[in-house]
Design a protein around this ligand. Structure first.
Ligand SMILES: [Zn+2]
Length: 466
């Protein structure tokens, strides 16, 4: 598997610490609102990464955090508390807000066929670990107490600027733009590990600590949860490009300070989704959520197809026109797949040839566009019989997860679906009773209504013909 590593700034061969096993950490959402589709793009990329590794035979343990502890509107140490903002807006407690939006997030994940990580940890459930790490960082001189808060001293970190690849002067501009000047810090890059004093008056989630009642900084959550679940090393750490600085930069500084050695050698980041004006995740000022797209008649998997058609490291421009193209392409593709007849016999050598090409595409820094091309190549190869085609496409779909071989949705209404299913049941009984005249008449009757029945090994499905 060759992947672009943000740390080395090049595509490298990925090797896990323990052969065959991959510890994958992916930063999760802050649950104060619905996810916008730009964030969901990052989770789709991470899902493809996980499934590609699994396709190559790795056993992947994926951990994700859910940020439910108050944190800010930017990566800044100070700013408005996102959770509290959500709670105020909706007249609920922060716990209710966190619970509601966690469920909404997981629901979006499942609609997009994103595998739910094996371990999901709430930030608020792991405060004891953050305290343990912060105590050690203080002991070792990586952190200091100032004006009631505990800060990480970035001047003590080894290679603090390595991940972002930027020099301090450039970063300083970014820091000045996003972080309110905090006089308690020795350097503007220093970041909060524990706050007892902040500008939020009604911080709802607070815990006892050796430094007083307060709450953890955002960055320590991911280090704490990763160290709890994986111990000394993480094989691959992922997030969106906006996480590189300061979030992931700070995660490295505090984790390596705590552990006393290198922590994660492979960092992968997904690019943004912008609109035509370059703004993130909005279209004509509309906040783009998956439900909004659904309300406009798109299937969640149309959006997944749209994301897969471009490389995860390229900025993707969102327009409804390009989503339409994706939607039509996916519909046509599904119809072609569903027209394949399955007799269960697969040509092994042809299967292996195409499967190897597909593996090459995914091993080439997750070339999803090439992976999709493999599907089209299989479909148009007249040397392949239907069963081999179907077997290959089903196999590729373990990574693509586009439900290529399912009839769940042709934009037909529920009542008509029920009608078709009822007819299929009657026909099954007729076939069992060897009443082929009835079975054929049902088939013809449905065909008149543009429904073509497909008899497969596992039962009868259907497709809509034009
Ligand atoms: Zn994180």
């Amino acid at each position: 598997m060759r992947l672009y590593n943000t740390l080395s700034k090049k595509v490298e061969e990925f090797k896990p610490k323990i052969e065959g096993k991959v510890n994958l950490y992916t930063c999760g959402p802050t649950v104060y609102n619905f996810s916008h589709v730009g964030n969901l793009r990052t989770y789709i990329f991470e899902d493809v990464l996980q499934k590609s590794l699994e396709y190559l035979g790795y056993d992947v343990k994926r951990v994700m955090n859910i940020t439910d502890v108050g944190h800010m509107t930017s990566d800044a140490d100070f700013g408005e508390d996102k959770m509290l903002k959500g709670a105020k807006r909706e007249g609920k407690t922060v716990y209710e807000i966190a619970d509601f939006y966690t469920k909404a997030f997981l629901n979006d994940m499942s609609k997009l066929n994103i595998a739910i990580p094996s371990i999901i940890e709430k930030a608020s459930a792991n405060v004891d670990i953050y305290i343990k790490i912060i105590e050690r960082l203080l002991e070792k001189g990586y952190a200091y107490i100032s004006n009631g808060n505990v800060y990480f001293d970035v001047s003590k970190a080894k290679d603090y600027y390595a991940l972002s690849g930027k020099n301090p002067d450039d970063l300083l501009v970014a820091v000045r733009e996003t972080v309110e000047d905090d006089k308690a810090k020795k350097s503007p890059f220093d970041f909060g590990l524990w706050f007892t004093i902040s500008k939020f008056e009604n911080q709802a989630m607070k815990w006892d600590s050796p430094w007083g009642v307060g709450y953890p900084g955002w960055h320590i959550e991911c280090s704490g949860i990763a160290i709890k679940e994986f111990g000394d090393f993480v094989d691959i750490h992922c997030g969106g490009v906006d996480n590189i600085f300061p979030h992931h930069t700070n995660e490295i500084a505090q984790s390596e300070g705590y552990l006393g050695h290198e922590w994660c050698n492979f960092w992968c980041h997904g690019a943004h989704l912008n609109d035509k004006t370059g703004k993130m995740s909005k279209s004509n000022g509309e906040f783009l959520t998956l439900s909004l797209l659904e309300s406009k008649g798109y299937r969640p998997l149309d959006y997944r197809y749209f994301c897969l058609s471009s490389h995860y490291r390229n900025t993707l421009v969102f327009t409804y026109e390009s989503l339409d193209i994706a939607k039509n392409a996916l519909t046509k593709l599904k119809k072609r797949v569903q027209n394949l007849e399955d007799n269960g016999i697969v040509n092994e050598s042809q299967f292996n040839d195409y499967n190897n090409k597909f593996k090459e595409a995914l091993s080439n820094d997750l070339n999803t566009a090439q992976m999709l091309t493999s599907v089209y190549d299989v479909l148009k190869d007249s040397e392949l019989d239907d069963s081999t085609k179907l077997s290959l496409i089903r196999s590729f779909d373990c990574v693509l997860s586009l439900n290529l071989d399912s009839v769940e949705d042709f934009g037909i209404d529920e009542e008509f679906k029920k009608y078709i299913e009822e007819k299929i049941k009657i026909r099954d009984v007729a076939k069992k009773n060897k009443d082929f005249a009835l079975a054929d008449s049902i088939r013809d009757e449905l065909l008149e209504k543009k429904v073509k029945l497909l008899d497969k090994k596992e039962g009868t499905t259907y497709t809509i013909v034009d």
